[in-house]
Structure formats: structure tokens, C-alpha cells
Design a protein around this ligand. Structure first.
Ligand code: ZN
Length: 88
């Protein structure tokens, strides 16, 4: 099961989000009606699961679910590690 360290996308938590829908990597607000990405955060949020390995993942107490991820941050992480964003 492939997973990537959350620090791979060089997170920056200095910004304070204005809405409750924001990139978990840089905390910039995301317009949910516009194209964006999501990651599946596991192990308490320390790792992101590869989308192609979803069927191998057994949810446990560390499952943080699918969280919004901005397009720029997704490019830094590697777009293949992200899912298409869904309107909440
Ligand atoms: Zn971001």
C-alpha cells in the first residue's frame, strides 16, 4: 500500500483560513465550486494514501478521511496522489 509523507508537499500552516473549506497543506481557502483536489489522510494525517491503493486500505482510528487540497499544492505533492475534489 503506497503512502506519501505529508511533508512531501512542503506544508505551510501560517495562513489563517477565512472559510471552513481550505487546503490542508497551505490553509488557503478553496472555492468548492471550482476544480480542486483532495487527499485521503491516514495515520492521524501523517500520510496520504495513493488513490490506486484505496482498495487495500482498512479504515482504522487514524483515518482522517478525504480533505481538500489546492491545485498548486497538489502539483507539488504529485497530482497522482490526489483525488478529484468533491463539493462538500
Ligand atoms: Zn494549498
Amino acid at each position: 500500500m503506497r503512502k506519501i509523507d505529508r511533508f512531501a508537499a512542503k506544508p505551510d500552516y501560517r495562513k489563517t483560513p477565512k472559510t471552513d473549506y481550505y487546503c490542508i497543506n497551505c490553509q488557503r481557502d478553496i472555492d468548492p465550486s471550482k476544480p480542486h483536489r483532495m487527499v485521503h489522510a491516514i495515520a492521524g494525517g501523517d500520510w496520504y494514501l495513493h488513490p490506486e491503493d484505496e482498495d487495500q486500505y482498512v479504515p482504522d482510528g487514524g483515518d482522517c478521511g478525504f480533505l481538500p487540497f489546492g491545485n498548486d499544492c497538489a502539483k507539488r505533492l504529485g497530482i497522482e496522489w490526489t483525488h478529484e475534489g468533491q463539493k462538500p
